[in-house]
Design a binder for this molecule. Structure first.
Ligand code: ADE
Length: 268
């Protein structure tokens, strides 16, 4: 029966949109957060529970996982935990990369959300409490002035594109530059400027690097606690605004997760 044979090139058009490219609704998301203060309100909001004795992580590491279901999405929220000797949050790229790696291996998430606070650049329009959806990441403290290694050090990567999410939630969009210091040396500042970044943090590019290694789509949501190109000392301004800005960050992440619920990756 000739009529049953589709003409060449028509096949994709006949398929239901939801199965083209395996684009099923997102079912599991991994949220990576560096600081306990940023994470705990979200743990409460999503009614997540901490892992019991059978942790997905190797014995002895300080990394923490909370999990649960919110609006039909399986949510894992991980943090690098506290330094085993000093007792402070394991901020920075090394711990963020490690906990992201271990979580991807164990949980195979459909999407990663890195959430946290950041310094913002007034010259790029950032204000305290702004929430940024990060369009791309790079590093500003990996200076290797040798051809090609220079680009490797900067490590620029795009995040997963989410035009509908940005439009619906009215988020600001900007690039993020990551380094292992809270403050900013003149050399850092020059690199950040060259990276065209609007916000700076201490984990984002590391999380996106690991996600990219395993082809897991990743987005980053950053809330501005301090103005990096302002007059106030960064540490002071950061600590002063941390609680209030964390509340704004957690509201935004809740909205982002609510938007993701029921959507496929291509719908974001
Ligand atoms: N997190 C919050 N503020 C920051 C800053 N100024 N630099 C790096 N990480 C931050």
């Amino acid at each position: 029966d000739e009529s049953a044979v589709a003409p060449a090139g028509s096949v994709a058009l006949d398929r239901p949109a939801t199965i083209v490219g395996g684009d099923l609704p997102i079912s599991s998301i991994l949220i990576v957060i560096a600081m306990q203060t940023e994470a705990l309100p979200l743990v409460a909001k999503f009614e997540l529970v901490e892992d019991d004795d059978r942790s997905i992580f190797p014995k002895g590491v300080p990394w923490i996982r909370y999990h649960g279901t919110y609006k039909g999405l399986h949510i894992d929220l991980v943090l690098p935990g506290k330094d085993l000797v000093l007792g402070v949050d394991n901020v920075g790229t090394v711990s963020a990369a490690l906990v992201t790696y271990a979580s991807i291996q164990a949980l195979k998430p459909d999407l990663i959300i890195n959430a946290g606070t950041a310094g913002g650049f007034r010259a790029k329009g950032a204000c305290i409490k702004d929430i940024y959806l990060v369009s791309g990441v790079s590093f500003h403290d990996r200076r290797i002035p040798i051809p090609v290694f220079d680009l490797y050090g900067i490590g620029a990567r795009s995040t997963f594109s989410t035009p509908n999410l940005v439009k619906e939630l009215g988020l600001k969009v900007g690039k993020l530059s990551t380094g292992d210091s809270l403050d900013m040396s003149p050399q850092d500042e020059a690199s950040i400027l060259a990276n065209d970044a609007t916000v700076k943090d201490m984990e984002g590019a590391a999380v996106v690097y690991v996600a990219d290694l395993f082809s897991v789509p990743a987005i980053s949501v950053k809330a501005v606690t301090d103005i990096a190109d302002g007059e106030k000392p960064t540490a002071e301004e950061f600590l002063q605004n941390l609680i209030a800005v964390t509340a704004a960050l957690d509201r935004a992440v809740t909205e982002v997760v609510g938007f993701i619920s029921g959507k496929s990756l291509s719908g974001l």
